[in-house]
Design a protein around this ligand. Structure first.
Ligand code: SF4
Length: 159
């Protein structure tokens, strides 16, 4: 699993229909059931995949400087997966932002005191935006992305 997450193959690009000024590069990293909500957002057309076979094309130096690479993490992060998460995060170009989607991603959820579970991904990477819920609805993901893109692009807050 760590090897799979360690590759850049999971980085994909999506756009938000009807909001071109909020378009962001998105990398999704699904670890548990919250990832289903991300898939629901895609299947409902709230997020539209952009064709790219090569992940580096999504985050290469030719990328628009006003776009933001967003790492969406959805689900339970175990300590064993922390290095893989960090590799994915460090593979994103600036400006970048991390979005913690769901209670498990934010705090470890019901497994917060497990020896194997990280009590939130902000123990591994800096989080720009938190989307609470168990699980949050797909619309909450879109709302968070829109807010993140707007604040990042207009105020240059992404890091
Ligand atoms: S927050 Fe709830 S729905 Fe999301 S991964 Fe945790 S248990 Fe599953």
């Amino acid at each position: 699993m760590g090897t799979i997450l360690g590759t850049m193959a999971l980085i994909r690009r999506y756009r938000v229909p009807g909001m071109p000024h909020l378009r962001a590069h998105v990398a999704d990293l699904g670890l548990a059931c919250c990832a289903v909500e991300f898939v629901a957002a895609v299947s409902r057309g709230l997020l539209v995949p952009e064709p790219t076979e090569d992940a580096s094309a999504a985050v290469g130096p030719e990328a628009d400087q006003q776009t933001v690479d967003v790492l969406i993490v959805s689900g339970t992060l175990t300590h064993a997966l922390e290095p893989a998460l960090l590799r994915v995060w460090e593979g994103l170009t600036q400006p970048r932002a991390a979005l913690a989607f769901g209670a498990c991603t934010i705090s470890g959820g019901p497994y917060w005191d497990s020896y194997a579970v990280a009590p939130g991904i902000d123990h591994a990477i800096p989080v720009t935006r938190y989307v609470p819920g168990c699980p949050p609805r797909p619309e909450a993901l879109i709302e968070a992305l829109a807010g993140l893109a707007e604040s990042s692009v207009t105020a240059g807050k992404a890091s």
